[in-house]
Write a protein that binds this ligand. Structure first.
Ligand code: IVH
Length: 670
């Protein structure tokens, strides 16, 4: 057959496969048998293997799966479903405990509930009056998909609990997963067992979910009506009593050494288990202590996932590319010959920065050992210099930005008194194309404006087509041009318009975060937004260049202020904020404040006894109070600890501010 005809034949088969993928994964209504589907896939595979001239870049053979579904109703979790921080090395565990001690401001003995971490997808089950009412996927942690009927098809999930004394209202959380042997039967359809579980769970038709044997292991509660539990391990015991499957390897251990030993034991044992594990989870067993420790922005302080040893493999460096990120950072990336590491095909590895390339002397053409640890981006561990080509040359890191040609700079870090490891493009803001694209991607990302249907790839495409140059262009798209693009249509264009419309209402903290200012992550954005209260105040401060106003905000330091300054001294950036303000509906996130300290402000001086400042602050905030970092007429109480600063006391006295002890504060809190 001629090349031209082969291409035609190949494209037709691809089209057919895409049609069946859609019917199977999105509509859950396959019209051909699994065997016929496999046959079609094999024909495509064969064509690809025998005809290297075919353009297989977008071949659907390797990326089967489902699209995030609009098929399900959304459900807001009563208690967010957060993720866990990861520990890879023993030191990470020691640090984890150290942070706890620092937070508590003392060293104590801690017992941990230790649980195998199954590599599946988490699900939340709300039982009201003993009946399963809401079954929800994790989603983005705040909002999940209502998949009750699908979850009910899992034999380990009881629809009704008969056990007497089961709480009236309780949300039970656990992992949905597929056993290794069951995955083998369907491994051609999914990239890995976790995808299989998540894909199957989100089928529109529960009968489809039923076809893939899923399992459920319960491991915690989300919301609980009356929580009388003293220990997490007691809750796990109750789960078992109520009829849930809990892991047989769950344990309570009492120090880091025991954790490390048990980790080694399970790491060996994991290959003989009939499900995939990616580590162990350690949770502070004492629930009271868990409550005291609380959460950082996305993970509990009282728990950590201890991952198993990273997987690695050997491959060849094909090229070294320099990527420019949102903040101008030049990141070298190795393009490597694709290699399968632990079930994932890896073709990129981060090289971190120029020093790292120099230190490891990584060159194009080298044979390297590459590692993929957990969800982090793969990286190169070492170079096999014995296999190096004699003519290979050292890699020279560019000193001009590869995107805009501007000078680059390694900033001097005042703290470390060293030059920063990262080289940055000095062309701040939207004048450098790569920076602009990355900033726009950040603007629409999940924790920022979170615009459904407008992903990174679409942004790249719209940029190439010159549809967008600045974030505000997103709100002025020409949909008649979009709907005629390949892969688009009337419906998808109108869906996009709708989701862009609904993203126009945004809270101030998300808006500040969405600007993508260096050092202003979601936590700092939240702090700033709580202090400036509304967008007009924010614009007033940045417009008048009163950046020192930010220095009164607890948690916002010199680094952040300098970054805000350099960002907003650029007129183009300031204009973007003003333009966006006119387009968006920027709301102040109203917090329902009804705690005992509502409208009361506090400041500390001196060392507190048995409690860290951070914990005391969070205690005040939990009770609706606010802490300030300087004495002003807005301050109600100055809380004094050991060796308070005299001048602060004097100033407070002169302003008639109440001066109280740590004990008085506790009394205020009852
Ligand atoms: S506790 C805030 N316990 O790991 C507490 N998670 O990275 C977070 N997982 O989304 C969850 N086994 O999908 C917890 N025994 C276990 C777990 C477990 C597996 C998964 C779960 C979660 C992810 C966190």
């Amino acid at each position: 057959m001629e090349k031209k005809d082969l291409k035609k034949k190949y494209n037709l088969k691809i089209k057919e496969l895409l049609k069946h993928n859609k019917l199977y994964y999105e509509k859950s209504k396959p019209i051909i048998t699994d065997a016929d589907y496999d046959k079609l896939k094999n024909q495509i595979k064969e064509l690809e293997e025998n005809n290297k001239f075919l353009n297989t870049k977008n071949s659907p053979i390797n990326n089967v799966g489902y699209k995030p579904s609009k098929l399900f109703e959304k459900y807001k979790h009563k208690v967010p479903m957060l993720s866990l921080s990861n520990a890879f090395y023993d030191e990470d565990l020691i640090n984890f405990e150290k942070k706890i001690f620092n937070y508590l401001s003392k060293k104590i003995d801690i017992n941990y509930s230790v649980e195998p971490k199954i590599d599946g997808v988490s699900a939340s089950l709300t039982y009201i009056n003993k009946k399963l009412i809401y079954g929800v996927s994790r989603g983005d942690g705040n909002i999940g998909e209502l998949i009750t009927e699908n979850l009910k098809t899992i034999k380990d999930i009881p629809s009704e609990i008969v056990y007497p004394g089961f709480p009236n209202e309780i949300e039970i959380r656990g992992e949905v997963f597929i056993k290794k042997k069951d995955f083998l039967k369907i491994k051609d359809k999914f990239a890995n067992p976790r995808n299989a579980a998540s894909g199957s769970l989100r089928q529109k038709n529960p009968d489809e979910t039923k076809k893939i044997p899923l399992n459920f292991i319960a491991y915690s509660f989300g919301y609980i009506g009356h929580n009388n539990y003293k220990y997490h391990s007691d809750f796990l015991k109750d789960l078992k009593k109520w009829g849930f499957v809990v892991n047989n390897d769950n344990k309570v251990l009492s120090n880091i050494n025991e954790l490390i030993e048990f980790h080694k034991f399970i790491e060996k044992k994991r290959f003989s288990l009939n499900y995939d594990l990616d580590g162990l989870v350690y949770k502070v067993n004492d629930i009271n202590l868990q409550n005291r420790l609380g959460y950082t922005s996305n993970a509990p302080r009282w728990a950590i996932a201890h991952k198993f040893s990273p997987d690695n493999s050997t491959t060849k460096v094909l090229n070294i590319e320099i990527q420019v990120g949102r903040t101008g950072a030049l990141t070298p990336v190795a393009k490597v010959e694709p290699v399968n590491i632990g079930g994932v095909v890896v073709s990129n590895a981060t090289l971190h920065n120029e020093d790292e390339i120099k230190r490891k002397d990584i060159r194009i053409g080298d044979i390297v050992k590459i590692e993929r640890a957990g969800d982090v981006i793969p990286h190169i561990i070492s170079v096999d210099k014995s296999k190096r080509n004699k003519n290979s040359k050292e890699f020279i890191f560019p000193i001009k930005c590869p995107s805009c040609g501007s000078n680059t700079l390694r900033e001097f870090n005042q703290l470390t008194k060293k030059n920063d490891a990262v080289r940055r493009c000095t062309n701040e803001s939207y004048e450098c194309n790569r920076i602009a694209i990355e900033k726009i991607k950040h603007f629409i990302s999940k924790d920022a404006l979170n615009i459904d249907g407008l992903g990174k790839k679409v942004i790249e495409k719209f940029w190439d087509l010159k549809f967008i140059r600045k974030p505000q262009d997103i709100f002025n798209l020409n949909y008649s041009k979009i709907k005629i693009l390949e892969g688009w249509g009337e419906l998808s264009a109108s869906n996009l318009r709708q989701s862009i419309e609904s993203a126009k209402t945004v809270t101030l903290n998300k808006f500040i975060y969405s600007l993508g200012i260096r050092h202003i992550g979601s936590e700092n954005a939240k702090t700033i937004s709580e202090n400036v209260m509304n967008i007009d105040n924010f614009i007033k401060i940045i417009g008048k260049k009163n950046f020192d106003n930010f220095s009164n905000i607890d948690g916002i330091g010199e680094t952040q202020i300098n970054s805000l300054k350099s960002y907003f001294l650029n007129k183009a950036n300031l204009k973007i904020v003003i333009d966006l303000k006119n387009i968006l509906n920027i709301e102040t996130e109203k917090q329902i404040k009804n705690g005992i300290l509502v409208n009361k402000t506090f400041m500390f001086t001196g060392k507190l006894d048995g409690i860290s400042r951070a914990e005391a602050k969070s205690l005040i905030e939990k009770n609706s109070g606010t802490t300030l970092s300087s004495i002003s007429k807005n301050l109600d109480y100055l809380v004094t600890g050991e060796k308070p600063t005299k001048s602060k006391i004097n100033r407070a006295k002169s302003m008639n501010i109440k001066i109280i002890s740590q004990n008085d504060l506790l009394k205020l809190l009852n």
